[in-house]
Write a protein of this length. Structure first.
Length: 265
């Protein structure tokens, strides 16, 4: 039976060496695991061989979900949800310190990452993310300040996560072969920033406004964020003639923190 659906951006990872390499990135034994979009379960089998404490699977495709339920029906560690991960209630379903794996559909991979980042900070829902992305997107996620890949996504991700490891995956490792290279990122939560942002969506808003005119100076964008000059002056050493890419991540966190101080409760 053909389970492949182009509309869901499915490319099944079939290379056993890459599957092992992904599963070996972190200790799985006795850990709670969530796998997003497992396909036919090649990585799932490898995860289960390492004896996790529990495994939650989220698969949107109806046929694949049915196939997986039959495949793992006798395994009490496995819980399968036939659901869209973007609509799935991670806050309720995730167990504490879950390791999240995902060979993510390219068309919604950034949305999935942002959804996880938005999880409530006061509850340690996940201890690590091991996600596969299109290489071009992965490069933007890890893009450091001062490089061409630096931007909204890397600012957002670096507020919550450290990049522990990254490796590339050839199109030959998938069926069908995608037209692009892929990258696996191992991301781990941190609490290293000196800035306390109450709602990560405010950081999304700030970066969206300023990067909407990426090649222009930030003066107009800052005035969209703050309605009064005295509020802008609270931002230390801010050059309004700078371009968005010339502000380091800490400056975006500082701007967001000040922005939140003036929000009405």
């Amino acid at each position: 039976m053909n389970y492949l659906k182009k509309s869901l951006g499915q490319n099944f990872l079939i290379d056993k060496n890459i599957v092992k390499k992904i599963s070996n990135l972190i200790d799985i034994k006795d850990k709670n695991i969530l796998e997003i979009g497992p396909g036919k379960g090649f990585l799932t089998d490898q995860i289960l061989s390492k004896k996790p404490k529990s495994l939650i699977i989220v698969e949107k495709d109806n046929l694949l979900s049915k196939y997986l339920k039959q495949k793992y029906e006798k395994n009490r560690l496995v819980t399968i949800y036939n659901n869209d991960i973007l609509k799935f209630d991670l806050d309720k379903k995730l167990k504490r310190n879950t390791i999240i794996f995902g060979n993510l559909p390219y068309n919604i991979s950034s949305q999935i990452l942002v959804k996880v980042i938005r999880l409530k900070a006061n509850i340690k829902r996940y201890s690590a993310l091991i996600f596969m992305f299109q290489k071009e997107l992965a490069d933007r996620i890890v893009g450091e300040f001062g490089t061409s890949n630096y931007g909204r996504l890397s600012i957002l991700v670096s507020y919550k996560l450290n990049i522990i490891k990254k490796f590339n995956v050839s199109p030959n490792c998938f069926f069908p072969k995608p037209k692009v290279n892929s990258s696996v990122l191992y991301l781990k939560p941190h609490n290293l920033t000196n800035y306390k942002i109450k709602n990560i969506q405010n950081l999304e808003k700030i970066t969206n406004i300023l990067f909407s005119n990426q090649r222009k100076m930030i003066n107009k964008g800052i005035k969209k964020i703050f309605d009064k000059e005295k509020k802008i002056k609270l931002i230390k050493n801010l050059d309004l003639n700078s371009r968005p890419s010339e502000l380091n991540p800490d400056k975006y966190y500082e701007i967001t923190e000040i922005f939140e101080k003036f929000l009405k409760n």
